[in-house]
Ligand binder design. Structure first.
Ligand code: 26A
Length: 348
């Protein structure tokens, strides 16, 4: 039986199976992909999944950005701490996802769509870049009806922290808003990831509608830049953008908004609403040879960070957890974490 101290973190987004391979320029060119990007698959991308599997020795790895984050947070937190919601099909790819989350100790409550295939993400690795092309499939059919089922909504009410991946703005903004409002009404933290540049560019309206509810907003430097451009902030200075995010109007005034911007190997920036200084936290460096691939580094950071928020830790400690987990994840293949588990060492 789950106790009420269980499932303190509830996450929502798009469960996907990553079809990941080391590619080359020719492959990127064939599908008009940028070396480092995340996009939704169009007609012209349809062949990429077969191509990766047949010609590039692709591996099948559990993905979906916020599902990676949820597995990451559970990696650090005590058993039964995290529950994740999203939509899958009833197929062999969903079975692979079930295996992966089981190993991670992550509870999932999927909306299973018998007519749609589980979502796939083609990941082309070139050097330390990764290009992602997603066919959402069943993930695109997540709906409010699932979220509002009594047994699911009970998990929502029980949770103490909410984490939503911004990629879900392409799927079901009303579900995001339900969680956002639930958080504000009960003074619980709501964490949003900006996810990818195209979200701020092409899903600006639903993103902006949720903004007053963000207690923590997490992104990387390219997402921050895309936000600044689509919102005509008139700057490319990441610190200024972080401050602008932190100081957007806020619904729940009992918590100051915190904006966290990661910058790869450059320091992580943290801006707090109403504060002048933007703090910098240098990353935990590893040698280039130790890096396997950086796919999922940002998700891992968010997972570590969220685990700190769940346990009421300081911003410093939460950032430290994020950096610790990101460092572990980039040494694995894809958005994964090492098993047997490494034990988290709090910062001194
Ligand atoms: C809606 N889109 C495009 C997406 C994604 C996504 N997760 C949810 N929705 N596109 C890529 N990803 C995931 O990002 C992870 C790396 O950060 C991939 O599945 C990959 O595991």
């Amino acid at each position: 039986m789950a106790s009420t101290r269980d499932y303190r973190l509830l996450c929502l987004e798009n469960p996907l199976l990553d079809i990941q391979a080391v590619g080359d320029e020719a492959l990127l060119e064939k599908y008009s992909l940028k070396a480092n990007d995340a996009i939704l698959a169009e007609e012209k991308h349809q062949g990429i999944f077969e191509d990766l599997l047949t010609n590039y020795d692709a591996k099948l790895i559990a993905g979906g950005a916020a599902q990676n984050t949820a597995r990451g947070a559970q990696y650090i937190l005590p058993p039964n701490s995290v529950v994740y919601l999203g939509g899958v099909g009833d197929d062999k790819y969903a079975a692979i996802l079930h295996d992966a989350v089981k190993q991670a100790g992550l509870r999932v409550e999927y909306r299973v769509d018998p007519k749609e295939a589980t979502g796939r993400c083609g990941v082309v690795i070139t050097g330390h870049n990764r290009s992602m092309c997603t066919e959402l499939g069943a993930a695109n059919h997540y709906d409010l009806e699932h979220l509002k089922k009594p047994e699911i909504w009970a998990l929502v009410e029980n949770a103490e922290v909410y984490y939503v991946g911004g990629y879900h703005f392409t799927v079901c903004p009303p579900a995001i808003m339900e969680l956002a409002k639930q958080a504000a009404a009960n003074n619980k933290p709501f964490i949003l990831s900006l996810s990818a540049p195209f979200i701020a560019q092409f899903f600006k309206d639903p993103l902006d509608a949720s903004a007053p509810y963000w207690d923590y907003v997490i992104g990387n430097e390219t997402e921050a830049a895309a936000y600044a451009e689509s919102h005509s902030l008139g700057t490319t200075d990441v610190k200024v953008i972080a401050k602008a995010l932190a100081n957007l109007p806020k619904e729940n005034t009992q918590r100051k908004r915190v904006a966290i911007i990661t910058q790869g190997t450059e320091p992580t920036l943290v801006a707090v609403q109403g504060e002048d200084e933007v703090r910098e936290f240098p990353v935990h460096e590893i040698s280039k040879e130790q890096i396997n691939d950086t796919n999922g580094a940002g998700d891992a950071f968010a997972g570590g960070f969220a685990s700190g928020i769940v346990e009421g830790k300081s911003i410093e400690e939460s950032v430290h957890r994020g950096q610790w987990l990101a460092r572990l994840s980039i040494q694995e293949l894809g958005p994964s974490y090492p098993f047997p588990k490494q034990t988290y060492q709090p910062s001194a």
